[in-house]
Design a protein around this ligand. Structure first.
Ligand code: PPE
Length: 312
């Protein structure tokens, strides 16, 4: 994973500020209690200029996440959409990762937020292959975590909430210490949920399978996009509960997410699944064609960055 690479500006509470000035007080509520929501979005270079993939859908999910934690974001989806497009333009990034975040700011401390304002920021920076170029090409080694996915009656999973990621962090650290590149979390009942930052698919006898939303996974926008793309390529996709043996016996397996895109998995818990298979390769290349504007049938998912209007 790449180190955070600074760009020029960050959009913060309605204005563009210099990267180094986008700071908060150590007393902000969000820092103490993980009371925030965020998004991960990618902008890609396309033949028609830079476009952000499914930007509006991501920002709608940000608003939904906030609603689930009873937080009101003081900017509409449309305002955040304009801010994101302008930010990418102002920072002159042909392709980058875009990270909006909203959290309770400085006011009172104590668990229930009271007069705390909601701070909103959007950053963007270059972020290469999440699980490495080699992982994209050859597949990664994953380990099922001993940490269980936080049940949806603990924190609702449809919320991409900052505090939730402590669960992911424990799981990925455990896997990394064991020499694996990613981790897969199970539900309390032992069903496959998702990874530290990706959803999961397997292929068996030519059919694609992915866990259902009832396992408490994040409603991945990449997962949903791939279900539609796979359908258009003529593959059958079944959304159903999977157990670990389904992974060990899979013909193919991959993880997907905004950051990870479509990353093949070649081993799970040292069971060899094998290098990227034909279905994984077909979906990976279809996805990369779509996000990079090489497939006009999916043009509706691309939101173009106009040239910078004004420099803040
Ligand atoms: N599950 C989890 C737990 C998750 O964090 C992500 C995204 C997904 C599934 C896939 O969601 P989507 O991006 O909508 O397809 N993880 C984001 C954050 C990664 C990070 O390390 O930070 C991402 O991919 O941007």
């Amino acid at each position: 994973m790449a180190d955070l690479q600074a760009t020029e500006k960050i959009w913060m509470n309605g204005e563009f500020v210099d990267w180094a000035d986008a700071t908060v007080h150590v007393g902000v509520h969000g820092l103490h209690y993980g009371s925030g929501v965020f998004e991960g979005i990618r902008a890609y270079e396309t033949p028609k200029g830079t476009a952000i993939f499914r930007l509006t859908n991501h920002l709608q999910r940000l608003h939904d996440s906030a609603r689930l934690i009873r937080m009101t974001i003081p900017y509409s989806v449309e305002e955040l959409r304009q801010a994101s497009l302008e930010l990418v333009a102002v920072n002159k990034q042909p392709s980058c990762y875009v990270r909006p975040i909203a959290f309770y700011g400085y006011g009172s401390l104590g668990v229930p937020p009271r007069d705390n304002p909601v701070y909103v920021a959007i950053m963007c920076w270059p972020w290469g292959a999440y699980l490495g170029e080699e992982g994209m090409a050859r597949g990664i080694r994953a380990k099922i975590s001993t940490w269980v996915r936080m049940p949806s009656n603990v924190i609702p999973h449809a919320a991409k909430a900052t505090g939730m990621y402590l669960n992911s962090m424990l799981a990925i650290q455990e896997a990394a210490l064991g020499g694996y590149e990613e981790t897969i979390l199970l539900t309390e009942k032992g069903y496959i949920a998702d990874c530290s930052g990706e959803n999961v698919f397997i292929v068996k006898d030519g059919v694609l399978y992915t866990p259902s939303l009832e396992t408490g996974i994040l409603h991945g926008i990449t997962r949903q996009s791939l279900i539609e793309i796979a359908g258009s390529l003529g593959y059958e996709v079944r959304v159903e509960n999977l157990v670990r043996a389904d992974l060990y016996l899979a013909d193919e397996m991959f993880m997907c997410g905004t950051a990870a895109e479509v990353t093949p998995v070649r081993e799970v818990d040292d069971y060899v699944i094998g290098g990227p298979g034909p279905v994984t390769k077909a979906l990976q290349s279809a996805y990369l064609d779509i996000v990079q504007g090489r497939d006009e049938r999916w043009e509706r998912w691309l939101e173009y960055v106009a040239p910078a209007r004004a420099k803040a």
